[in-house]
Design a protein around this ligand. Sequence first.
Ligand code: PAF
Length: 279
Amino acid sequence: MKVAYTVQEVREQVKEWRKEGLTVGLVPTMGYLHEGHASLMKKAVEENDRVVVSVFVNPTQFAPTEDLESYPRDLEKDCALCESIGVSLVFHPEPEEMYAPDFCTWVDMDVLSKTLCGKSRPIHFRGVCTVVSKLFHIVTPDKAYFGQKDAQQLAIIRRMVRDLNMDIEIVGCPIVREEDGLAKSSRNTYLNEEERKAALILSKSIFLGQKMVEEGETDAAKVKAAMVANIETEPLAKIDYVEIVDGMSMQPIETIKTPILAAMAVYIGKTRLIDNFIL
Ligand code: PAF
């Protein structure tokens, strides 16, 4: 497995693979890889001749008040995991390699990026769309893999690929959870012991809402109210949002008809965690 630090190195490698007629999969990540990322990488390795994993903590998707500096990083461990799964190339650029000092071209999206996480993180999806577009241009993958845990991000990337005629298949992969239900996230490492226990309220409320819908409840307000009430039983939890939206447009709905996304962002102490279910 190779590690590339520059755009040129990646381009040269992909050119070689293309000459040999090989297919290429891309797994974009911000590193500090866990089993959720591993599931994406395994699927990518199964479905492509060569797999590129990008490890890049993208500054443009963090607001100045957010955790860009403290976001956990461990390239050595990440590379070991990638290699054990059969990844061919890790792309780990410095921010200067990705963004020229006078960078001023953005890929942005309306509608889908204005609800849910987009409300409390107004520049986030512009940063995500921009960096993912750049990675798509650099790697030119046949397929790219994203986790369902970031369900709004996945919907936005699918829409961006459709709207901008990008010739890439987007593959969404299910949420991977800890044994007790907590969705795997690099940010779980911020939690102390007490917060780690409290964080279970997210998955418990997700399972509660999902059960109500599966048992036939179609009133979105009722499902949302039950999920909110459940989260409010946990003193360390502070709700950012709990919403039930149309699974394609990300707009709030009143009556539950598939496809839907029920999503939440909840602070446990200072750590903002997300979780969701889709139907
Ligand atoms: O989901 C993430 O880790 C990031 O948002 C992504 C897609 C790698 C873009 O920086």
